[in-house]
Design a binder for this molecule. Sequence first.
Ligand SMILES: *Cc1c(COP(=O)(O)O)cnc(C)c1O
Length: 371
Amino acid sequence: MSNYINISKPIIKKEELKAVTDVLNSGSIVQGKKVMELENEFAKFCKTKYAVATNNGTSALHTALHSIGLKKDDEVITTPFTFVATANSILMAGAKPVFVDIDEKTYNLDPKKIQAAITTKTKALLVVNIYGQPVNYEEINKIAKKNKLIVVEDAAQSIDAEYKGKKSGSFADIACFSLYATKNIMCGEGGMITTNNNVYFEKARFFRQHGQDENKKYEYFGLGYNYRMMDLQAAIACVQLKRLQNITKQRQMNAQKYNRTFNGIKGLVVPYCDKNSSHVYHQYTLRITSEFPLSRKKFIEQLKEKGIQANIYYPIPLYSFPHLIPNGVKVSDFPVTIKAVQEVVSIPVHPSLSSHDVEFIIKTIINSSKL
Ligand SMILES: *Cc1c(COP(=O)(O)O)cnc(C)c1O
């Protein structure tokens, strides 16, 4: 189906093609000048002192959690309502994920429920700005300070989002981005760490490259991996970063069009946007409640029939997977997560949608609300 409207679409234009060709022609395609340029531009964009590029968002998370010095048996509090890489990275760093329920409006970790989960082993909070909306960092940083915890920001979905005038990537002690093909900016596979902490920065740089200092090869400061990004990828991301503000604007405009219409439809709950933050709509996620005439499953089928892809992010809470929580959790501690996994559905909001596409999606959903 040529007119099928996918939930995401990587933007690849003339500038990306030229950037890739230039790197290929330069004869040096792996980590080098372009990666350094991307790191500089990223740090400038997020207003952090440092940035470290990696080969994907998962390796960025693993590297960041290593850099903050997690040890075996340390506990890291996180959300069960996210992509699995968030929680897996805690295992990769040798620590233990501890899940806490989410906030009903933002779908982010609920600060009110964190204190009860803190033990003497708790070392860090790994918070996710889910769908592109920042967590309540005022509350999060207050809890962290009081309990001497390190805050790690999973910013894979929130590049360019703001909280009280600051950019995502600078809200916490250290932050991780993904540049995977479906994210707001991308380079196929890619990741980035941002921080103002020079110890974390140095550890991250070593860990990405076999535990070596780039300037002092064959001397190893500890275990490291090969988590390097290629110049080939960095060249694409550099182009996309320049376009980011327009990309964000386009996503926000599409979301506002949706909000205006869907707000008035019984049984649909539009995304909440906190007054202290800006939402960059990595996903535009509706809740389909029991007041809507169609079940969520039927709703998705209806859209698919009209050539529109709608997906569920995320259908299963992460505490359901034994590799993450061998002894399980008390599910009664997670009423909000349980409701969210049953009701959410995301529809296309990306900047490659034409205004005709957006109108068509709106019309299709209005019609389905009358079935
Ligand atoms: C995409 C994503 C990741 C992982 O990034 P990859 O680049 O795919 O490894 C981690 N956390 C969240 C919330 C994500 O959306």
